[in-house]
Design a binder for this molecule. Sequence first.
Ligand code: ADP
Ligand code: MG
Length: 253
Amino acid sequence: MSVLSCMNVSKLFQDNGFEALRSISISIGEGESVGIVGESGSGKSTLGSIIGGLDKPTDGTVFYHGTDISSLKGGAFRQFRRSVQYIFQDPKGAMNPYFTLRRVLIEPLRINFPGIGKTELENRVEEMVGKVGLPASILDAHPYEVSGGEAQRIAIARTLLPEPEVIIADECVSSLDLSIQAEVINLLRHARTETGASFLFISHDLDLVRYFCDRVYVMLHGRIVECLDCRHMEEEAASEYTKMLLEDAYGKD
Ligand code: ADP
Ligand code: MG
């Protein structure tokens, strides 16, 4: 069964009457890395927010282990919230600038594991910081005192600490230099192997998606054009749009 899925999800933004998603159905299996690729404005982030429960669809249903997320209450809802974690494009934007990085990491952990004592939480944070390739001394710094790459590693640590089942990564390396992008992607691949977490990997960059994912949904103007196995993209691609994306991906260098 899928960890996360959605059925016939549509999204109409009431303020401007824009239909950002039209009857979208996708699924993310256990341990699977699923990509969403498409040009800017195609609806990728809107879909990511809805399937992770941050925003509501105007139509259609999102399922967590087969249960409609709009019916989740109490402990079941908290379990869903803890199990689905996000990594965004701008890591510092999602951090309180007045907090040390230690506090940035401990606060959500404290909320997710209310029964665990302070020392144990601090130990988990220090261990995780090592796993994402940073020295423990960085925990005393504030977000604005570290580089973009370091901040994204901290954001990844924060994502991994609640032991999620699914990580929704939305353009998570787009703001980084190319060399740092590769390091961060490899860190995520390593984390995936270690934790077995599923990924919804959202990117406008088809090369990146194919490097990271098992399967990819191609989006255009709020619709899914097709779904392809990342190992056989050229052979499977049927739509002109996907073929164009594939040519762009290879024409780059
Ligand atoms: P992508 O992530 O693929 O670049 P988005 O999901 O961010 O695309 O946006 C899809 C479309 O929906 C865009 O045209 C965008 O302008 C529009 N949109 C996104 N959020 C809102 C909103 N809150 N209100 C109105 N329109 C929005
Ligand atoms: Mg986006």
